[in-house]
Design a protein around this ligand. Structure first.
Ligand SMILES: [Zn+2]
Length: 74
């Protein structure tokens, strides 16, 4: 299967399912983070600008609330 064409370039998976990321669902946020607790870059997360921003914001918030770890030391 080829995935050359992007339909509606501002759409991502979350847009498709009308998902709103929230710090209250850290498991959802974790899907877009790597093992070290870092937010995946856009090319890896495949999120649109809107959701990538939302992700960053909610992750920060979740960290403050101790729902997510800060960057994990190796
Ligand atoms: Zn989106």
């Amino acid at each position: 299967m080829q995935r050359g064409k992007l339909k509606g370039r501002d759409e991502c998976k979350l847009c498709e399912h009308e998902v709103t990321l929230t710090y209250k669902q850290p498991d959802e946020l974790k899907r877009f983070m790597n093992k070290l607790g870092k937010i995946l870059p856009r090319r890896a997360s495949r999120l649109c600008a809107k959701h990538q921003r939302q992700l960053a914001r909610q992750v920060k918030r979740a960290r403050k609330m101790a729902l997510l770890p800060y960057e994990v030391e190796q």
